[in-house]
Design a binder for this molecule. Structure first.
Ligand SMILES: [Zn+2]
Length: 206
């Protein structure tokens, strides 16, 4: 090894030490999240354009609790995606107390089963993309004051990119109490915000 290599190595080392600041757009910050989770976090806090991951610290996990409203985040990095749905128990189950009666337990189980099995019908990706849904988690979180939220997420694996394809939303076909569904899509470079408030709503990904 000659002297120039040694100097070069030292330069790289110093650059790494001084790199992780978050002042400008498009500058990446150190993180342990995988790219899809980063995209989801960006969608939640709405700072994608700022491009700085340090804002993750300010992320609020569940957002506002408004009966009749729900939020969906869809993030794709190439062929791999993650979809999250967050909404009040009132909107997705029909009540927010802990189910005790057999009827309420069945009602809750039916709602969660729809989330488990029908996402491919609620959010319809282009058939040519041949996407496969895989449940990540589906949970009911009880809050103080007698409220509850349903937090669900799925991993999606596709054979072809969703760019320049249509996504069709049919959430109200299964959950008619969701009057206001705010959807954020981030598919590679495409970022789209849409209110999917009726069955059959179509969005072109581009
Ligand atoms: Zn509530």
């Amino acid at each position: 090894m000659d002297d120039s290599n040694g100097i070069f190595g030292g330069f790289i080392f110093l650059s790494i030490l001084s790199a992780p600041s978050c002042r400008t757009p498009r500058q990446s910050c150190p993180t342990t999240l995988d790219p899809l989770d980063m995209k989801i976090q960006f969608l939640k806090i709405g700072v994608l354009a700022m491009g700085c991951i340090s804002a993750l610290a300010q992320a609020h996990e569940h957002g506002a609790h408004v009966h009749g409203s729900a939020k969906m985040n869809i993030a794709f990095d190439g062929l791999q995606g993650k979809v999250e749905l967050h909404g009040p128990g009132d909107s997705l189950i029909g009540f927010e107390y802990k189910a005790k009666s057999a009827a309420d337990k069945k009602k809750q189980a039916d709602a969660l089963n729809i989330l488990e099995t029908k996402m491919g019908e609620m959010v319809v990706f282009d058939s040519a993309s041949a996407c496969f849904w895989q449940k990540d988690k589906i949970e009911v979180a009880f809050e103080e004051g007698g409220h509850s939220d349903v937090n669900a997420s799925w991993l999606v694996h596709c054979q072809k990119s969703l760019m320049n394809t249509k996504v069709i939303f049919n959430v109200q076909k299964f959950f008619p109490r969701v009057k206001d569904l705010d959807v954020q899509l981030l598919v590679d470079t495409a970022q789209i915000s849409v209110e999917a408030n009726k069955v059959g709503m179509e969005v072109l990904v581009k």
